[in-house]
Every structure is written in C-alpha cells, then in structure tokens.
Design a protein around this ligand. Structure first.
Ligand SMILES: Nc1ncnc2c1ncn2[C@@H]1O[C@H](COP(=O)(O)OP(=O)(O)OP(=O)(O)O)[C@@H](O)[C@H]1O
Ligand SMILES: [Mg+2]
Length: 257
C-alpha cells in the first residue's frame, strides 16, 4: 500500500462567525489529480491557503508525505515540495518569458531576485528554463516580454513558474479561468500530459466542468465549507444532491428529463 502524499484531517477555517472550511478530511495519493469544485464562496481557495501555509487553520491538520506541516510558513512548505499558482501575481511583466522561469529556478537554488544577473549567465539555469517552457509549449515565446504575450500564454507561463520549484504537489487555482475555449482545451491537454508524466500530484479548483471531468481522477465537492461528496467523476455525475447543489440542475429539469 502506498502512503498518501497529502493527508488532511478535520481541516477547518473560521473567519469570525463564518466557517469558510468545515472539518474537511481528504487523502490524496501520489500522482493523482484531484479536482475541488463548489460554488463561489464554497471554501476552495481558503482550503488551498491552509495547505500552502498562507493561512493557519482554526482546527485540524495537514500532513505532507507523512510530516505534519500544519501552520508552517509558506516558504517552508514550498521547500518541502508544494507549489501553487497565484493568478499571475508571480509573473514579472517587464522580464522576458524565459527570465521569469529563470528567476523561479534561481529562487529554488537559494538566491534572491537581487542575484538574478548571476543566474542569467548560468547556462544550466537557462537550459532548465528552456526545458520547462518547452514542456508548456511556449518555448517560442522565450524572448518576448511577459507583459506582451496573450492571457492564455501568461497562465501557461505561470504554470512553468510553479513547476520551476520542482514540486511534488501542485495546487492550481482555476487554471483556465478567463481563457478562450481554445486556450482552455490547450491548457487542459497540457495539464493532462504533465499528470501523465507521473512527476506530479495535482489539486485543481475549477468552475469549468469539462476541464474537471477531463482531468480529475477524483473530485471533492465542497458546499459552504463542507465536504458534500468525494468520489470519481462518474460518481459525481450521478450523485443527485451534487447535481442539484452544484451542476445547476433543479428538480423541474430532472422531472422533465
Ligand atoms: N481573508 C478572509 N477573511 C474573511 N473571510 C474570508 C477570507 N477569505 C475567504 N473568506 C470567506 O470564506 C468563504 C470561502 O471563500 P473562498 O474564497 O475560499 O471560496 P472559493 O470556493 O474559493 O470561491 P470562488 O469560487 O469564488 O473562488 C467565503 O464566505 C469568503 O467570503
Ligand atoms: Mg477561489
């Protein structure tokens, strides 16, 4: 039996009187892709914030590869192999696409952005950056300034930056939000390819059900902070309460179907 890469027990976050995440239990196996779905305000991002260390849980624990990481600061959790996307906030617009990845790689090697000029002369870092861009199919954009590339390509660059820290566990928050249908298809296929390399375990929050059903091995359905259901895509599709609460079906539609 393999041990879970991530074990969440009773994880809870309260903001004043509002319980944003309520006693969530979850075991994620290595190389799985787990989607977390639920309406706006369900608690998905808050859940990520606790796993990545940005928020301290009110209750419960987070174990990564058997180690208790509950309440550790983000940089420590990141160094232990957890990386998450930040809705373009970790991209430097005035730098080139390749330099953005080099900065992330340099941070991994323990240097600050201040020392970046050193890194830019380091062939190994350049080579690794180019390999990552190639993985995300944006190597042809390597020398463009990040601010001039399309929104969809920026989101792919963001994933390259996330992967530059060599994470085992990757948290993507709505990776296709705001993308055109074509960009969404391209990104979904890419994430699937990355998952199939077996190098990563993914947690993905997403409102686009085609993306969710196209990627997830298992799906956690959250509703008002709680675990409404956890199961395979097939089980989620067939779960009446989930269909009613989240997939936008009401009783009338069901009756007439
Ligand atoms: N820093 C905060 N302070 C107070 N309340 C917060 C904070 N962050 C989130 N909340 C509240 O916690 C609840 C869950 O929010 P969260 O952002 O986790 O939902 P979400 O599932 O990510 O929603 P969305 O689909 O809109 O991204 C909401 O009621 C929200 O208002
Ligand atoms: Mg959110």
């Amino acid at each position: 039996m393999t041990d879970p890469i991530l074990k969440i027990s009773n994880l809870t976050k309260r903001f004043g009187g509002n319980t944003a995440v309520s006693a969530i239990n979850l075991e994620v196996m290595p190389r799985e892709t787990i989607a977390i779905i639920g309406p706006n305000g369900a608690g998905k991002t808050t859940f990520y914030n606790m796993v990545s260390g940005r928020m301290t849980p009110s209750n419960g624990s987070v174990e990564l590869e058997g180690k208790d990481i509950t309440g550790l600061p983000p940089h420590k959790i990141s160094r232990m192999g957890v990386s998450r996307s930040f809705q373009l906030n970790n991209i430097f617009p005035e730098m080139t696409v390749q330099e953005n990845v080099e900065v992330a790689l340099t941070a991994l090697h323990g240097h600050s952005r201040r020392l970046f000029n050193f890194a830019s002369r380091n062939r190994a870092v350049q080579e690794e950056a180019r390999q990552l861009l190639d993985k995300l199919h944006i190597l042809d954009l390597a020398s463009r300034r990040a601010e001039v590339i399309s929104y969809g390509d920026k989101r792919l660059l963001e994933i390259a930056v996330v992967l530059a820290t060599r994470p085992h566990l990757v948290l993507l928050d709505e990776p296709t939000a705001g993308m055109t249908p074509d960009e969404t298809r391209r990104t979904t296929a890419l994430i699937r390819q990355l998952a199939e390399t077996g190098d990563y375990t993914f947690l993905i929050t997403e409102h686009d059900m085609d993306v969710v059903f196209g990627l997830a091995d298992r799906i956690l359905v959250m509703h008002r902070g709680e675990n409404l259901f956890f199961g395979t895509p097939e089980e989620v599709k067939n779960h009446p309460e989930v269909r009613r609460a989240y997939l936008g079906e009401d009783e009338e539609e069901e009756a007439s179907a």
